[in-house]
Design a protein around this ligand. Sequence first.
Ligand code: ADP
Ligand code: MG
Length: 573
Amino acid sequence: MEKLKKIISSIDHRGYKAYKQLKGSYSFNGFTLFIDYVQGDPFASPSRLRVRVPQKIAGFSKDLYSNKPRKTALEDYISRAFAKSIKKISRGIIGTGKSGIIVIDSGKQEILQRTACVVNDEFVEARFYAGLPAIGRTILGKNCLEMLTKEIPEITNLSLLIKNLDPEEIKKHIEVCEDQEYIRKILHENKLVSFIKNGSILPRRSGISDSPLPESEATAFRSPPELEVTLEAPNAGTIKGMGVPEGITLIIGGGFHGKTTLLKAIERGIYNHVPGDGREYVVTIYSAVKIRAEEGRNIQKVNISPFISNLPFGKDTIKFSTANASGSTSQAANIIEALECESRLLLIDEDTSATNFLIRDEMMQKIVPKDKEPITPFIDRVREIHKKLQTSSIMVMGGSGDYFEVADNIIMMDCYLPFIVTEKAEKIIKCRKDIRISEATSPFGNLTHRIPLPSSINPFMGKKKKVKSRGLDNIMFGIQSIDLSAVEQIVDPSQVNAISDIILYALDKNYIDGEKTINTILEIVLNDIEKNGLDIISGYYKGQHPGSYAMPRKFEVAAALNRLRTLKVLHNS
Ligand code: ADP
Ligand code: MG
């Protein structure tokens, strides 16, 4: 610390570049401060810092991080505590640009594996950013001294030592996360794809807020007796709720009765949620993929022939490529791409689907003959997808009864509560006169896996590698812009950050070698991450601050690759 004070006083009032001398590590009373990277000017992205407290001093007992979900939850908790302490202690902006700010990448409603905090037997480390203070380009030594030797030690003290945290709150955070992970694991042996605990609060505060609607305004979830299951969670003990069985599940009901809200909660059930979210016991199998129409997207040689064939002018649908997909072709490609990565649950909402992809009724069949209609609607493939590929579907369909016939379970939402109407619907089907004919004239066939060609994935802009994520929706990849706005299960900008660097990592490691399929490549990367941590995807990382990553799934990484407009692929024979 004395060394640090000396350097700061020697560079006070000098040009910003002199801050570069700060790079290094400094022992403080009870922790070490690492300055891994110093920004070039007050407007550049802030400097990268870490504080590391020896576990002997931090005092987190081993059982708080004894398995993966617990460790993830504890690290998540500490980064949130760090963020809270910043709010309390930091003076914020002083001077020019980002001068004075301190930020850490902490989570929102989900508990994701992230790189902002590390806990192990030796130490607890928080990785964060700071804007080293300056006025114009002149170093503000006094402010810098205050930030590095007063604010940061206080923030560290408040958030990295168990004695200054709330043990009950930590316990809850960890146990809820462990329970969700456990339930997700046992869904399969219970032949379920999703579980929604009684009493869950599904609706969100607003279209732009992911926090729960206040309990006074929300109808708490209650399972219909027919689908109620009892599960044993390691911490919560016996819990009851609705188990959505494998197979085809239909969610019907009047407009504004909560259909989409239920599906959205199921869709987010792939992630663990924080206590108090309302969805902390809404758990869905990890490979569930939301499928929607996405007009205008790029498609590269996807075999959409199970859904689309006989296009006008003989256009190929086994290797279907377009720079401008229609609603139905995009939805077909989204399904096939999810299946390529072994999704075991498709989630479809009529609100975001192409109608002609979902259904063609008997009247339309009478006027437009099959040989004039390239689309085999999803209704005629959904059972086959389950039987052949063990992939279930949950669909929201308020506007058409045609799916009654193919559904194993029909849930009707009535004033935000679910009721089972499967039998009632079966009776109605039996009475019906006009029967629609299945349009699947040939079997679904085998999935075609695609092999990406490394030469088509170019991260360079001129001579420099330039890959940057922007918020939730966009990656600048070389000179290409990847649009992720229709990839609905990305919840955190730091996931997008990780997605872009995972693609770079797969390139660097030669995993994208013109021989491996997309799924194989991503399995290998995920395996590397599982073994060596999320830090490894950073080109920066050599025991330094790796930047801010939150764990994405392979489906979202594949989605980014699939939306790269230069991508070229081979078919795996
Ligand atoms: P649908 O898809 O059936 O048309 P939505 O799921 O979009 O209906 O829900 C309509 C409105 O009702 C939304 O504003 C939503 O936030 C609200 N809502 C949904 N479920 C609940 C609930 N359980 N309690 C209170 N409000 C809810
Ligand atoms: Mg809806």
